[in-house]
Every structure is written in structure tokens, then in C-alpha cells.
Design a protein around this ligand. Structure first.
Ligand code: GTP
Ligand code: SPV
Ligand code: MN
Length: 583
């Protein structure tokens, strides 16, 4: 096949010349193509079929044990000026970067098929959707992109019509971590990734395009590309509010996006629009509207069970690709906290032995179509997206951050977002459980200088007086024994209700130096086994701890030097002064 768009055809030709594949396949996105690739991968051993009675059409992929998560230390933003990438990114001069990575792509696809994947991020008929083409030599990437994006003929048609698309070049390479690079060229709208076949490193539509490149485009064009779930909350009277929530990787987005209301909340309904990425635009009324650029979920498997996330648990019993889970003796997938069955073979294919660590890799994932989610919202297909009532930041903090608080204004909310910190998780290679700054949950994903990004966020206050309120939540506070103080999961609806009540001016709040907090009585704890002491602890603002936190935030913000917006400095000073007065 060829394309009528010369920019696309020329690029495909030049990549083929460099990488020297045995043949080239243009992906149509059809069912038969998907099935053919699945069969081919079963034959090559890239996919193992799981128990076809209990898990029909489900497959297991085991990635290389050195290739199990995003690699932030090997992820580059390559802009002409280093300062445009900012201290939040690892920078390489574009020409040097191309030379280095093209050297690795030279002949990299010899003996392999090169797949050309046209895809659309967002509903194909949405003005907010954006296009891309990923070239890859990994059939696992092709089938994953088919689930995660609108991939194939319809996307190609729009690409050929519009003429503009993000170019993503990927090869699994030799998987040597020393020859693994994920490079972004925002000024060229292009991505080059080699040496990893895993998740966000390889499915280039996701973090590379829909966040790093899109955040750059969004700044130029006046919108926002964010690491946010989108969820609709319908009350028993039938009114629905939409929230977009930014939590760092493996901090609860997928779970919140499809939560099941607890028994005490009969009549409440949850509608999922997205579980990882939101693209936010102001409409002509000044409302912030969100679309989910993705079409599937690449979700954390461990911890998913009938109690924590029944929607996901049920959804992944058919038509799902599992990566790096364990299996039971009857070849069903198994993971830690599944609460049923037991592991026979671990994620590396070895007989299970507890002394080797967890049976499923902590970052093992399911890949499944969003349409399989029982709480899928049909508005996820709406070209105009949904209006957002509240933006919610959050993180994984044992202490300090209360269960919920509200920013005092949009500007203050931008400071709250900039100050987000969270314990690191298994979603990225490196130490787990270390608190680090993760502004707006975008530390690994912002394709440009955070100082400019905060200025961009601040600029929305000049463009609309209907902006959503901004909140911060923390489901992960622990007591002295390391137990979670808050039950989390479905019970998080109780906190979302307070957020919605605040948006409707239906409930008061307690003003503190760091923001507005609920009165304990205003969080509905009916039918919940939680002590008054725990609730008080969850809703406490410890002035001394917060002073230390503000010192740490101040130091972090200063690392952005002169580019840091004045409004952030002013908001920062106001919180610090309020904390001093609170003594
Ligand atoms: P990425 O896909 O990496 O962006 O992660 P995510 O933000 O979607 O996180 P996810 O919902 O997959 O949750 C990650 C882990 O946190 C899982 O093991 C969940 O079981 C656990 N988790 C999610 N929500 C809660 C909660 O409210 N409380 C507690 N204690 N754990 C939670
Ligand atoms: C994350 O790490 O935030 C993910 C998984 O959503 S990955 O697609 O690998 O980035
Ligand atoms: Mn994510």
C-alpha cells in the first residue's frame, strides 16, 4: 500500500531505507488484521493464550525482564534551546539526538515486518482530536495500538485530508537498556523510540504523543493536554457533574474513573470517559471541555479485585491482553490481591516461588477496549467532549496532605498543582516509595519547561470566568502502623460528593492557610466503619509540617529561576504568610 499524502509516503520510504525491513504492512485496523496478528504472535511465542473458558480471547505477553516500565532516565525532550525543555526534562540537542538514535535504527528492522499504524487520538469526528502515525516492528505494539487508539483506515483518511500528523518511529531494537532511548522532537512533531517494547515507551500514541508532544502543541494553540482521568458523577436526581483528576502514575486514576458507588449510595451512578489522559479546551461559552484522546485502558493489574474495582475485574475476563501477570495451574491470569486462585507460574514464566518476589510484576498491565467497561459513558464518543465542573489533583502521601481541600482561586489552584508531590511507584523504573515533586502529575510527561507550563495554566484565568474549581485529594494517608486511614476505592465517592457540593455552593468550608477544608460532618460517613479520630486526622492541617512542605516547594520552584511566573511567587508568599499567622 501507499499513501496519497507525500509527507507520509516520503517519511515511510525514508524510514524503510534506514531500518531495512523485510516487508511493510499498512495497518487497516480491521478485525481480521487483529486476529491474524494475534495468531502470528501465538506461533512466535510472543503471546500465550489464557484459559479460553474462564478468560475467552485473553492473552498473556511476557516482556523482557529488563523492560517492564517507563524509563524516565532514558526519555529526552530535544528542543533547539535547552531552556525550552526546562529543568523538568532531560534535554539533548536535536541534531545530536537524531544522529545518535538514527545510528541505532540503521538496519534495526532487518528480517522483520515494518508496520505503519495511522491513528487518531480522540473521536475521529472531533475538532479536538489529533492525528499520528506510528511505525513499529512490534506486532504487540500494533495490537495494543488497535485497542488503545482509533487506528486504521478512518484515521488514515483524516490524515490524508488534513496533511498534519505526529510522526512516531519505534523499534524494539535489541532491548539492551544501554541502547534504549525515548526521544521527543516537539518542534518537529516527532518521536523516536528504540530498545523497549513496553507500555508508554512503545505505544507512542499514549504518553509520547498525547502528553509530551500534545502538551507542547496545546501551549501553542491555547489548550491543555493533561495526565487526568475524566469521570461523570450522576446523583439520584439524574444530574451529572464531570470531574477531571490528575494523579501520578499508579495513584488511582483508573480506579476512580470506574468506581462503583457503595451500598449506602443507592441511586448514584458513575460514568467513565477516560482513565489516564484528558485534552481540555475552552468552548465559546468559556466552559472547559474534556475529551479522552484514548480508546482503551492500559491499566495496573495488581490490586484489581471484585471489591476494589469490580468493573475492571469483570471487564478483563475477555478480549484482554495481559502483560507480565502470573498464571494459575489452569492457565488463568493471576496477580497479587486478586483474592481468588493462586499462582503456579510467575510473570517471568518460572514455577512460582515466593522467594523470587511477587508472582505478577507490580507494573503488570491489562490492555482492553474502553467500550467493555460496564460504566462506559457514550459521551466518550462526543466530538465536543464534556464540560468540567472541577479539576482535582492528588498524590500518594503517607502524611501531610489532607483527604481533600479546595484551592482558594484558579491562581492558587495552579500553585497547588505545581506543589503536588507523591511517592514513586512501579510505573517507572527506579526506587519505589520515594516522595518527589510531580507537578500536576506531569513530571514525566510535560514536553516543555514547567515554568512556561504554569504560565500557560495561569493564562486561562484571563480567558474565562467559568473555570472549574480546583481541589487536591489524598486517598493514601496512613496511621502509625502503616494502615491506610481512608478506605478508598468506591468510598471515594463520599469525597467527590463534597467536591460537587462545593461546585454548587451547597456546602460551607473551613478556611485554612492551605485552602478550604470540609467540616468533618460534611463528609458523609454513614455506614462507614471509620473512627472520628481517623476522620479528624484525615482533615487536619498540621501547621509545622506544612511550613516544612512550603520550604520544600519554595526550593523546588526556585529551581526554575527567572522563568517562574510572578503569580506563582505571589500565591506562594500568601500561603507562607498565612501559615506564619496561624501560629
Ligand atoms: P497509571 O495507569 O500508571 O497512570 O495508574 P493509575 O493512576 O490509573 O492508578 P490505578 O487506578 O491503576 O491504581 C494503582 C494502584 O493503586 C492499584 O494497585 C490500586 O489498587 C491502588 N489504588 C487505587 N485507588 C486506591 C484507593 O482509593 N485507595 C488505595 N489504598 N489504593 C488505591
Ligand atoms: C503511567 O505510567 O502513567 C501509565 C503507564 O499510564 S504507561 O503507559 O507505561 O506510561
Ligand atoms: Mn498514567
Amino acid at each position: 500500500m501507499t499513501s496519497t499524502l507525500s509527507a507520509l509516503q516520503d517519511w515511510v520510504d525514508s524510514v524503510a531505507k534506514l531500518t531495512q525491513p523485510e516487508d511493510i504492512h499498512w495497518c487497516s485496523g480491521s478485525d481480521s488484521e487483529y486476529k491474524r496478528l494475534i495468531n502470528q504472535m501465538q506461533r512466535s511465542g510472543d503471546l500465550l493464550e489464557l484459559n479460553s473458558d474462564s478468560y475467552p480471547h485473553c492473552f498473556l505477553h511476557r516482556s523482557d525482564p529488563s523492560d517492564v516500565a517507563r524509563v524516565e532516565h532514558l526519555t529526552f525532550v530535544c528542543t533547539e534551546n535547552e531552556s525550552d525543555a526546562g529543568p523538568n526534562n532531560i534535554w539533548m540537542q536535536p541534531e545530536d539526538a537524531h544522529r545518535k538514535i538514527d545510528g541505532l535504527f540503521d538496519g534495526a528492522m532487518q528480517g522483520r515486518t515494518m508496520y505503519v499504524i495511522p491513528y487518531c487520538m480522540g473521536p475521529v469526528d472531533s475538532p479536538y482530536a489529533r492525528l499520528g502515525v506510528e511505525i513499529t516492528d512490534s506486532p504487540y505494539v500494533v495490537v495494543s495500538m488497535r485497542i488503545m487508539t482509533r487506528m486504521g483506515d478512518a484515521a488514515l483518511k483524516r490524515i490524508e485530508h488534513e496533511g498534519r500528523f505526529v510522526k512516531g518511529l519505534h523499534s524494539t531494537g535489541d532491548l539492551d537498556p544501554n541502547r534504549r532511548f525515548i526521544m521527543h522532537f516537539p518542534e518537529e512533531l516527532s518521536i523516536k523510540s528504540i530498545g523497549s517494547g513496553y507500555g508508554g515507551n512503545a505505544l507512542l500514541g499514549k504518553k509520547c504523543h498525547a502528553l509530551r508532544i500534545a502538551s507542547w502543541q496545546a501551549r501553542k494553540e491555547g489548550w491543555l493536554a493533561e495526565h487526568m482521568l475524566i469521570v461523570g458523577i450522576e446523583n439520584p436526581e439524574g444530574q451529572t457533574h464531570y470531574l477531571a483528576c490528575a494523579f501520578p502514575s499508579a495513584c488511582g486514576k483508573t480506579n476512580l474513573a470506574m468506581l462503583i458507588p457503595p451500598k449506602s449510595h443507592a441511586g448514584w451512578k458513575i460514568w467513565t470517559l477516560g482513565d489516564d489522559i484528558a485534552w481540555l479546551h475552552l468552548d465559546d461559552q468559556g466552559m472547559l471541555r474534556a475529551i479522552n484522546p484514548e480508546a482503551g485502558y492500559f491499566g495496573v493489574v495488581p490490586g484489581t479485585n471484585a471489591k476494589t474495582n469490580k468493573n475492571a475485574f469483570d471487564m478483563i475476563t475477555s478480549d484482554t491482553i495481559f502483560t507480565n501477570v502470573a498464571t494459575t495451574s489452569d492457565n488463568a491470569p493471576w496477580w497479587e490481591d486478586k483474592k481468588t486462585g493462586s499462582p503456579a507460574i510467575d510473570w517471568q514464566g518460572r514455577a512460582y516461588d515466593a522467594s523470587n518476589g511477587p508472582a505478577a510484576h507490580p507494573n503488570s498491565r491489562f490492555t482492553v477496549s474502553a467500550k467493555k467497561n460496564p460504566s462506559y459513558s457514550t459521551l466518550a464518543e462526543a466530538p465536543e467532549g464534556v464540560p468540567i465542573s472541577a479539576l482535582v489533583f492528588g498524590g500518594r502521601r503517607k502524611e501531610l496532605a489532607p483527604l481533600v481541600y479546595e484551592a482558594k482561586s484558579w491562581r492558587h489552584g495552579v500553585l497547588v498543582g505545581a506543589g503536588v508531590a507523591s511517592e514513586t511507584t512501579a510505573a517507572a523504573v527506579g526506587a519505589v516509595g520515594v516522595v518527589r515533586r510531580d507537578p500536576m502529575a506531569m513530571k514525566p510527561f510535560c514536553g516543555y519547561n514547567f515554568a512556561d507550563y504554569w504560565a500557560h495554566w495561569l493564562s486561562f484565568a484571563d480567558k474565562s470566568d467559568k473555570l472549574p474549581k480546583i481541589f487536591h485529594v489524598n486517598w493514601f494517608r496512613q496511621d502509625a502502623n502503616g494502615n491506610f486511614l481512608w478506605p478508598g476505592f468506591g468510598e471515594n465517592l463520599r469525597v467527590l460528593r463534597w467536591i460537587i457540593d462545593r461546585c454548587e455552593n451547597a456546602v460551607g468550608a473551613r478556611e485554612t492557610p492551605v485552602g478550604f477544608l470540609p467540616e468533618t460532618r460534611d463528609i458523609d460517613t454513614s455506614d462507614l466503619d471509620i473512627s472520628v479520630e481517623s476522620m479528624d486526622a484525615l482533615l487536619q492541617v498540621n501547621i509545622d509540617q506544612w511550613k516544612r512542605e512550603m520550604d520544600s516547594i519554595g526550593e523546588y520552584l526556585q529551581s526554575f529561576g527567572d522563568r517562574l511566573p510572578d503569580a506563582i511567587k505571589q500565591e506562594y508568599r500568601q500561603v507562607v504568610e498565612a501559615l506564619q499567622k496561624a501560629e
